[in-house]
Design a protein around this ligand. Structure first.
Ligand code: MN
Length: 329
């Protein structure tokens, strides 16, 4: 609930910090990393030692390597067992920290900044606004409450989270455009940031899409007739491409007019028949409310937002579809 978050509590924690460890979620996206690097730059400016980390993969995704502040990123193994202030950004649950979740136990105080409706409030202080379009937008409000100005490099990081979590402003909410205007006014190159993060793929993306999309299935009866469209992305399909290309598939199949729910079953690159699953939904015509995929994902061990969620699972393709179908009703 939006009224349950307390920006002053977040400021008090950050203000008390002798040092800060910012943790982003596994398989980081531009919202978690942009939020983390924006905070890191502010803390560094204040003279507070800061590091940013995520459990996996080992390297920063290629599309995010131009984000300012990446010099604060350290390898997961270099995050000490005991830290002063730990801040988790854009993580709906402790599990999203992957192998770094145990660092919560060694923190003097932990602060969770997030916008997922499924957030489990796993910090000592939790500042959760599920009405925020992005964690970056929530970080901007924390900085305002703290009286910390947003300079051009910090704006670059926040814009990265804002533009990606709104799907290039397709899912903008009240305040999203006002924040974009403010960030752009610092002199950042918004089109270049967007192109780098969302609109640049290696050529190998095209044959990968051709293989994957040719297997798309439509189940009109799923979710009480709302319809389900889904595809499988097998390990063999992704050998030549980055995670960015794999993550792009959901945005294509979710456009199917005949289905309000879309799913992409992505086989883990290292392990056969181990999967992460992306879910999307939208409202139907005539205002019929869409399926809450956050609830579906939570029932299957994951979480997320009402219209965008995910989970991890194992099994054969047939068993995966059956489990999802059963949960959708
Ligand atoms: Mn986010």
């Amino acid at each position: 609930m939006s009224e349950s978050y307390d920006l002053a509590a977040a400021v008090a924690v950050l203000d008390s910090a002798r040092s800060v460890t910012v943790l982003c979620h596994v398989q980081p996206d531009a919202d978690t990393l942009g939020s983390g690097l924006a905070l890191a730059q502010v803390l560094n400016r204040r003279g507070v030692p800061v590091r940013v980390a995520f459990a996996e993969p080992a390297a920063v995704p290629v599309s995010m390597r131009s984000l300012p502040g990446r010099e604060f990123i350290v390898a997961a193994k270099d995050v000490p067992r005991e830290v002063d202030v730990l801040v988790a950004v854009d993580c709906g649950s402790a599990g999203r920290l992957g192998s770094l979740r145990d660092r919560l136990d060694g923190a003097r105080v932990s602060l969770v900044l997030d916008h997922h409706s499924s957030n489990t409030r796993f910090g000592a202080v939790n500042v959760i606004d599920e009405t925020a379009e992005s964690t970056a937008g929530l970080v901007a409000r924390v900085l305002d409450a703290w009286g910390e100005p947003i300079d051009r490099d910090i704006a670059h990081c926040l814009y990265a989270g804002l533009v990606t979590d709104t799907g290039s402003f397709k899912w903008a909410r009240p305040g999203s455009h006002a924040l974009a205007e403010r960030l752009l006014a610092t002199g950042i190159d918004g089109p270049a940031i967007t192109r780098t993060l969302m609109d640049t793929h290696p050529f190998a993306w095209l044959p990968m899409l051709a293989r994957v999309l040719s297997s798309a299935q439509l189940d009109r009866e799923a979710a009480g007739g709302a319809g389900l469209v889904y595809v499988f992305v097998r390990r063999a399909d992704t050998a030549d491409v980055r995670s960015e290309e794999v993550e792009s598939v959901i945005d294509l199949i979710r456009t199917s007019a005949e289905a309000q729910v879309a799913a992409v079953f992505k086989e883990t690159r290292s392990t056969s028949e181990s999967w992460t699953v992306s879910l999307r939904s939208h409202d139907g015509a005539n205002g019929v409310p869409g399926v809450d995929v956050s609830k579906v994902a939570m029932a299957l061990g994951g979480g997320g937002h009402r219209y965008a969620a995910g989970y991890s699972t194992t099994g054969t393709p047939e068993s995966l579809v059956a489990a999802l179908r059963a949960e959708l009703g």
